[in-house]
Design a protein around this ligand. Structure first.
Ligand code: GLU
Length: 550
């Protein structure tokens, strides 16, 4: 029996050869230094913030170098898969502004000449390459059952050996004759195909990681599985074939894969290819009780990118924050160039963290606040409306009905040198402007501050409305009138005087304006009161004051 015949028996339904696929997926025509990167998520129903972080990096590195970034769905582990997982990935990444040049679309089609970009559609390709390894005697069928594997593990534990299928433990199957193997195949015994490792654990593989620098780890000597019993490859084998045929120049992925590197390097060697460059990105961590740990899908809601969408944290803010995490000099650049497109920044491997990237929600919200303060009132209105249409229908209806009031309110203290920064997410807009809408202002409770005596409050409001409030006043006039009101009622109109002799006054101008503010909004913390009164209009101002006067 020739090795070709042997390979045919083991993998009988392979349509094409390795050479066919190599010719089909010829070299890319790109300029010098152009990087080809990819994001290779598994469809687990969830886009992890760490994946988005990797996506931002992969996309930026490719595009700033005139290269290509593609999306590849790694769905070879069908146990982990969920329904609509692929659509969720494609939609979430699109919502987060990640632009792939190639990859699968939601309509089932692909963009790009190196597809299919979904691994489950590439079975023939992987099998063609495994067949080639079988022919070259670099792979072999393994009939090992779960129970046998467990027994080996137990024995290994007992003698404190390394755990795994390698060397002497694997020798019986490695050396099995083709005839014996074929007999088992014909008897219907299920089999996987394993790599026939030529590595030596006592030697080391040394690779130059673009981010972490030199990495030196013992060589792989495990006969890992390439094809599972169902003919589907493992991640390891699939990535080596795909990144070769898709001409990935830089594999940017999470550093949890470093321990698999020796196996990957051996795979490329067995396949006869130069491995791509690797750039292992630090995992995103969070600090809890003074300790750092990986952001976890199970424990942390913020691990899921949907969390940010639901809260209404702008995509741009998340992107800016992830760039801040990615490159230590980005923040400085951004502060110096607040009006430049962040894509003009050049991402560098040398400025990436080699250990963990610490995720700081407070910092993200700060970035978001700053970012939102740079938008026009109309933009904030539109984005809030879009968000509310999905997450708060009642508020969306109100925003549509009261568009003018909403935009004017959002514009208070906005287009100025020091714009207001009162919210970090669209979900916080409502709590900041709800009181501006008549329909919300019926059953309200007031957060009175210093002056709490209702008779005094009524008196202040009465005198103010009767003698001092004039809707046509400008800011200075408006405030002067409040001061005059203070003088008349025994409150200090000048803070310095008040501080010198507080006993001479009932209170001060801040206490009095707070009464007016709370009466009109229920809250003591609002944007410019004069603007609020103008937007409410005289009738509504009067109605609100009357409400208190009872
Ligand atoms: N499918 C792998 C994962 O889900 C991707 C690793 C890689 O980028 O190569 O983490």
């Amino acid at each position: 029996m020739t090795r070709e015949e042997f390979a045919d028996i083991l993998l009988p339904n392979v349509e094409h050869t390795r050479v066919y696929y190599e010719e089909k997926y010829g070299k890319r025509n790109l300029g010098d230094g152009a990087m080809v990167t990819r994001l290779a998520p598994s469809p687990t129903g969830f886009v992890h913030i760490g994946s988005l972080y990797q996506a931002v990096a992969a996309q930026k590195l490719a595009h700033q170098s005139g290269g290509v970034c593609f999306l590849r769905i790694e769905d070879t582990d069908q146990k982990r898969e969920v329904e609509n997982g692929i659509e969720q990935i494609i939609t979430s990444l699109k919502n987060y502004d990640v632009q792939f040049d190639e990859g699968p679309l939601n309509n089932g089609e692909d963009v790009g000449a190196y597809g299919p970009y979904i691994q489950s559609k590439r079975k023939d390709i992987y099998q063609a390459f495994v067949k080639d390894l079988l022919i070259k005697d670099l792979a072999y069928p393994s009939f090992l059952t779960e129970e046998e594997k467990e027994k080996i593990t137990e024995k290994q534990k007992a003698i404190k050996s390394r755990i795994g299928y390698f060397g002497p433990w694997a020798s019986a199957e490695r050396n099995m004759s083709m005839e014996e193997a074929v007999e088992k195949v014909r008897a219907g015994i299920p089999y996987t195909i394993r790599l026939k490792s030529h590595g030596n654990f006592l030697r080391r593989v040394v690779i130059e990681d673009c981010i972490k620098g030199e990495i030196s780890i013992p060589e792989n000597d495990m006969d890992h599985i390439l094809l599972k019993q169902d003919g589907i490859p493992t991640y390891h084998f699939a990535h080596a074939v795909d990144d070769t045929l898709m001409h990935t120049t830089h594999v940017t992925r999470g550093d949890e894969w470093i321990s698999s590197l020796p196996f990957h390097i051996e795979l490329f060697k067995a396949l006869g290819y130069e491995p791509p460059k690797y750039a292992h990105l630090a995992t995103i961590q969070k600090e809890e009780d003074g300790k750092k740990r990986k952001i976890s899908k199970r424990k942390d809601p913020e691990a899921n990118v949907l969390y940010y969408t639901e809260k209404g944290i702008p995509v741009k803010a998340v992107e800016i924050y992830l760039m801040t995490l990615l490159n230590s000099n980005f923040e400085e650049w951004y502060l110096e160039n607040p009006n430049r497109d962040i894509h003009e920044f050049t991402l560098e491997f040398s400025k990436m963290s080699t250990s963990g990237a610490l995720f700081d929600m407070e910092k993200l919200l700060n970035i978001s606040k700053n970012y939102l303060s740079t938008l026009s009132a109309l933009e904030v209105y539109q984005n809030t409306l879009e968000w509310a249409k999905v997450y708060d229908e009642d508020f969306a209806n109100l925003l549509e009905k009261e568009k003018d009031i909403a935009i004017r309110t959002l514009n208070i203290e906005r287009e100025s040198e020091k714009p207001r920064k009162d919210f970090a997410m669209y979900s916080e807009v409502k709590q900041n402007i709800w009181y501006m809408f008549k329909e919300n202002f019926d059953n309200v409770s007031y957060d009175w501050q210093k002056i709490t005596d209702l008779e005094e409050i009524k008196h202040i409001l009465q005198v103010y409305m009767d003698k001092y409030y004039d809707i046509s006043d400008d800011n200075d006039e408006w405030f002067n009138k409040v001061k005059l009101l203070c003088d008349e009622l025994g409150y200090a109109s000048n803070m310095k005087d008040y501080k010198k002799n507080p006993e001479n006054y009932k209170g001060n101008v801040a206490d009095v304006s707070t009464v007016i503010r709370v009466a009109l909004t229920t809250s003591s913390r609002t944007p410019n009161l004069k603007d609020i009164m103008e937007i409410l209009g005289i009738d509504e101002v009067k109605r609100r004051i009357e409400k208190i006067k009872g």
